[in-house]
Write a protein that binds this ligand. Structure first.
Ligand SMILES: Nc1ncnc2c1ncn2[C@@H]1O[C@H](COP(=O)(O)OP(=O)(O)O)[C@@H](O)[C@H]1O
Ligand SMILES: C=C(OP(=O)(O)O)C(=O)O
Ligand SMILES: [K+]
Ligand SMILES: [Mg+2]
Length: 585
């Protein structure tokens, strides 16, 4: 019934199949719920499902996917290691898996920025139902208290309603930006008006037509005649006079000024980067926000305006020293000229990257942004790091209930490039149609993914070795082969059993035609895998006996109608470095 390839290397030869201390400890400590010759499924209060089979070893499976009517939490009286036979399921993906068959599940992951339009519990729940995989909080706006409440609501949603939404904290960074407007939510700058940009502290009441600038060196760095761009050109000014801390500017392109909008200044057609280029990537306020993120246990920290790999390495060692599990992934935002210059080393150092097109488009000519996006997406895939395409994907939906055709084409292009994730910013943070925006991302992703899959438009990408050891190379070759076999044989799903998530990401990197069921044994790894293309993450405590793992996974998934007898599956594992091909019994 099952055909398999096992690669026997010194490392796996050293682990006897049925006699590891891991397995025996596991056997001794984990109680198995009542067993008969068939899989038994019990529904517990608090929406919990437990399943047990007749096989010898106990088995734990906890998934990220499912319906809210079924199984979430293990009974609270059970110690953590006794999760042995429970199955946790996230409402949305299970519904998607059942409705469309799991071959058609969405491969592209979706991120929503949470702002005033979406911070309530019910609004967050609507986004979770709509397919939000990651909630992003932007520390540029709002107070820590405000963000803490959002984090707590997301956590409550996950715990009580069975979602598995991960949290990404985005740092403010220390580029130049405007301050708030002392209460007003925006201000209109008209043609030819003279506005004052000042580094003075005004308190809460700003004089009329005055803008606070956060960077002390601003008045010294600009010159009369410089062009001042708000948000990459949404509003434009020309510097006409300097008066100590005040810079008088004439509005040349009128428009709406939004609080904390980014400012760049240009001289003779080039971006001016004077002393502000020396500003730290992570400001003292950012460090406090990072401490906050670590304390709140966020899953990802996205670092704004990264210039080099050094700052990423620095942050990663800080996190490792500060947080017990050191399981916060660091995402490098590529949004400056320096980050493009040092792209490969930055991505190598990071756990993922974001194509932050908003600021990137204010630093390089707009027509260069698509090529930069293409390159960043490619480099990330080559180096096996998840990549997010962000900003203005559905900008018009901040105000209108339907996207422009051009926006749909832009989303399609990111999906076609097979980016891991797409991100909403203003559309979900302060727009009028957050749920509709998410629905557009979801339906466009599904449609384009299916179209390219069915028409076999995807070209294979040459994937270089990324690991440093021989064992890493074996894992990479196994995943490349398994994905190729999966495509050639037209299998229904790839299964991967992985402790660190690495093997799952290696499979995701191959962008196979079928979905990837990723079984891992820690919650934090499971949440992280939420960001990666094509992965359906499950939490599971598995043994190193693949035969037994598979049998029990099949039983549990069949009991939930997630797979059925006859489905063709290829299973890969980083325990035995093996590939197995089999039909679900
Ligand atoms: N926590 C928040 N509180 C208030 N407004 C927010 C918050 N987060 C986002 N916003 C609003 O949503 C807009 C878009 O969000 P985002 O793209 O993350 O920020 P930015 O525009 O500063 O790059 C922001 O300009 C701001 O008006
Ligand atoms: C995502 C971005 O960063 P932020 O929204 O924090 O400016 C961007 O600039 O595109
Ligand atoms: K930010
Ligand atoms: Mg930015």
């Amino acid at each position: 019934m099952s055909q398999s390839v096992h690669l026997l290397t010194p490392s796996n030869l050293a682990v006897p199949k049925h006699n590891t201390s891991f397995l025996s400890t596991f056997n001794r400590r984990l109680p198995v719920t009542t067993t008969t010759s068939t899989t038994a499924v019990y529904v517990f209060p608090k929406l919990s499902i437990r399943a047990a089979s007749s096989d010898r070893e106990p088995f734990v499976i906890v998934t990220d996917n499912g319906t809210s009517s079924l199984g979430l939490q293990p009974p609270t009286s059970q110690p953590d290691h006794a999760l042995s036979s429970s199955i946790e399921v996230d409402a949305v993906t299970e519904a998607e898996l059942r409705e469309n068959g799991f071959r058609s599940t969405r491969r592209t992951k979706l991120i929503c920025t949470i702002g005033p339009a979406t911070s309530g519990f019910e609004q967050l729940e609507s986004l979770a139902v709509g397919g939000m995989n990651v909630a992003r909080i932007n520390m540029c706006h709002g107070t820590r208290e405000w963000h803490r409440e959002v984090i707590q609501r997301v956590r409550k949603l996950n715990e009580e309603k069975g979602y598995a939404v991960a949290i990404m904290m985005d740092t403010e960074g220390s580029e130049i930006h405007m301050g708030d407007f002392g209460g007003a939510s925006s201000a209109k700058a008209e043609d030819d008006e003279i506005w004052t940009f000042s580094v003075r502290a005004f308190g809460s009441t700003l004089p009329e037509r005055t803008i606070n600038v956060n960077y002390d060196g601003f008045a010294e760095d600009v010159k009369v005649g410089d062009e001042l761009l708000v948000d990459g050109g949404m509003v434009r000014f020309e510097v006409v006079e300097k008066l100590g801390p005040d810079v008088k500017c004439r509005c040349t392109d009128p428009g709406l000024l939004l609080p904390r909008a980014n400012l760049t200044f240009w001289r003779d057609g080039s971006l001016v980067r004077e002393r502000n280029a020396m500003l730290p990537t992570i400001s003292s306020k950012d460090w406090l926000d990072i401490d906050f993120g670590i304390a709140e246990g966020v899953d990802f920290i996205a670092v704004s305006f990264v210039k080099s790999a050094e700052v990423i390495n620095h942050l990663k060692s800080y996190i490792a020293a500060r947080s017990r599990d050191s399981d916060i992934a660091v995402i490098a935002k590529i949004e400056s000229i320096d980050s493009l210059k040092n792209l490969e080393e930055i991505i190598l150092a990071s756990d993922g990257a974001m194509v932050a097109r908003g600021d990137l488009g204010a630093q390089i000519p707009l027509e260069q942004v698509p090529a930069a996006q293409h390159r960043i997406v490619q480099v990330c895939r080559q180096l096996n790091k998840p990549v997010i395409v962000a900003s203005q994907l559905l900008e018009s939906m901040i105000e209108y209930p339907t996207p422009t055709r051009a926006e749909v084409a832009d989303v399609s292009e990111a999906v076609r490039q097979r980016a891991d994730a797409l991100m909403l910013s203003g559309e979900s943070a302060m727009g009028q149609f957050p749920e509709k925006s998410l629905a557009v991302l979801r339906s466009v992703s599904l449609r384009i993914e299916r179209w390219w899959r069915e028409e076999k438009h995807h070209e294979a990408m040459e994937l270089p070795g990324v690991g440093s050891s021989f064992s890493d190379s074996i894992s990479e070759e196994l995943c490349i082969s398994a994905a190729k076999m999966a495509n050639n044989l037209g299998v229904d799903a790839l299964f991967v059993y992985t402790k660190t998530g690495h093997m799952a990401s290696l499979l995701s990197r191959c962008r196979p035609d079928c979905p990837i069921f990723a079984f891992t044994n820690t919650t934090s790894v499971r949440r992280r895998l939420n960001l990666q293309w094509g992965l359906i993450p499950f939490r599971v405590s598995f043994s190193d006996d693949m035969e037994s793992n598979l049998n029990k996974t099949f039983s549990l998934l069949k009991a939930r109608n997630l797979i059925k007898s006859g489905d063709l599956v290829i299973a890969v594992s980083d325990i035995l470095q093996s590939i197995q091909v089999m039909n679900v019994p």
